[in-house]
Design a binder for this molecule. Structure first.
Ligand code: GAR
Length: 189
């Protein structure tokens, strides 16, 4: 059974949705959730889901503490679900094409440093875009620049607020992210 770690910095609604999707599927084990924030709500979700959760600071990541943890648990695959730190070289080297991220926009648009969560949806509405969506991609040394695995689109209406767009994008995330992870774990993508 493949061992998966989820990294999340905030609420963790995607982390929870992914873990629930795989319950009773016998495909992988979610060994732990790792955050860079002690007060992230994702820890509460982990507690309810009965999955260990840890916090490692930005400096800890740089010092190799996260890599040590990943190795200690024999992790095969890493999912970033709302994780906002850059993944350091020490982890990238050990996990080539084994780390994926979800971005709440249609990359290459609205990516890069500072473009996360609501900032993305505010930029999309401010620019009067007519569509937005999600991008699932491999993680490399630059924010949001790894090879794209999957995209899905939603319509943005002139009357949509950033919050409205966030809801549509979240719906796409919940529908597709677990299925894309499943396909990757089965080597079907
Ligand atoms: C998600 O919309 C995810 O796409 C986004 O953060 C949100 C986390 O929500 N990720 C990024 O912006 C990464 N640049 P969640 O904590 O409820 O899953």
């Amino acid at each position: 059974m493949q061992r998966v770690a989820i990294l999340a910095s905030g609420s963790g609604s995607n982390a929870e949705n992914i873990i629930r999707y795989f319950e009773n599927r016998q495909l992988c084990v979610f060994s732990f959730i790792l955050s860079n924030k002690t007060d992230a709500y994702v820890h509460e979700r982990a507690r309810k889901l009965d999955i260990p959760s840890f916090t490692i600071s930005k400096q800890g990541f740089e010092r190799g503490e996260a890599l040590q943890l990943l190795k200690a648990y024999g992790i095969d695959f890493i999912v970033l679900a709302g994780f906002l730190l850059k993944i350091p070289e020490n982890i990238l080297k050990e996990y080539p094409n084994k780390i994926i991220n979800i971005h709440p926009a249609l990359l290459p648009k609205y990516g890069g440093k500072g473009m996360y969560g609501t900032h993305v949806h505010e930029a999309v509405t401010a620019n009067k875009e007519t569509e937005s969506g999600i991008t699932i991609h491999y993680v490399n040394e630059n924010y949001d620049e790894g090879a794209i695995i999957f995209q899905a689109k939603c319509e943005v209406l002139p009357t949509d607020s950033a919050e409205d767009v966030a809801k549509k994008v979240h719906a796409l995330e919940y529908a597709y992210f677990p299925r894309v992870i499943e396909s990757l774990l089965l080597n079907r993508l």
